[in-house]
Write a protein that binds this ligand. Sequence first.
Ligand code: ADP
Ligand code: MG
Length: 273
Amino acid sequence: TTDATTDTATATTLDPLADVRPAAVEVHGAHKWFGANHVLAGIDLTVQPGQVAVILGPSGSGKSTLLRTVNHLEKLDRGHVSVNGELIGVRRHGGRLKELGERAILRQRAGIGFVFQNFNLFPHLTALENVAAAPVATGRVDKAAARELAAELLARVGLADKNGAYPRQLSGGQQQRVAIARALALRPGVILFDEPTSALDPELVGEVLGVIDDLASTGTTLVVVTHEIGFARRVADLVVFLDHGVVVEQGTPAEVLDHPRHPRTRDFLAKVL
Ligand code: ADP
Ligand code: MG
């Protein structure tokens, strides 16, 4: 039809490389059970390089599990995930898939930043040491270079004066910004955020979302689970609504947030807006 032709032409104009670059994140036919609980029930999802994808959905819908499978913190029972064209947790061996060893999985995980709801900082390390720890552990840089990079990253998230502070001396918003700096330290191709502001007092939410806004504008691929609809509207290229382990609908913020087609999406938005 005329419409289909127009869509193709538009997509080509917007991103001429879309057909030749691998997706930043690709989830294909993902299934996960916890016992009898079918937590991911056939998920397909594609996030292109440089895109910001926001995942919405009720509590228990499988959002965290989905993110965790991308980073191989959980293993899929069926289906697969790839990040920048590389399969996560497995490799092709002849015609079959073979599981990767622990070292290969750690290497893959190092290329994917993860920011947790509860910050998960090392309590006995300073902000600077928290950010420098992973680059030092991977042996990619020496200690001095890692500390220099960590100081740069802390400055980038607005914490230049907190290098020596321990997590307990920082507000929740500051701790989460340290966690974001830490996620950046390995120069990941993709950063995953699991409800990065839901453990924060309301007045601290803005400072963390501001840092994520900045990251989005630098073209880093981000996948963000959040209930912050304003953030989604402002920053997302793709909004995905998940319920009972399936993608109920996905599209642009205008499509999913302003003109949701599915009753379950409408119910959910009515509750969070
Ligand atoms: P969401 O992040 O959307 O709230 P989750 O992915 O955390 O949802 O959880 C989806 C479902 O899987 C829930 O029913 C939860 O209780 C269950 N679940 C999550 N993690 C585990 C686990 N490690 N063991 C057993 N059940 C789990
Ligand atoms: Mg969750």
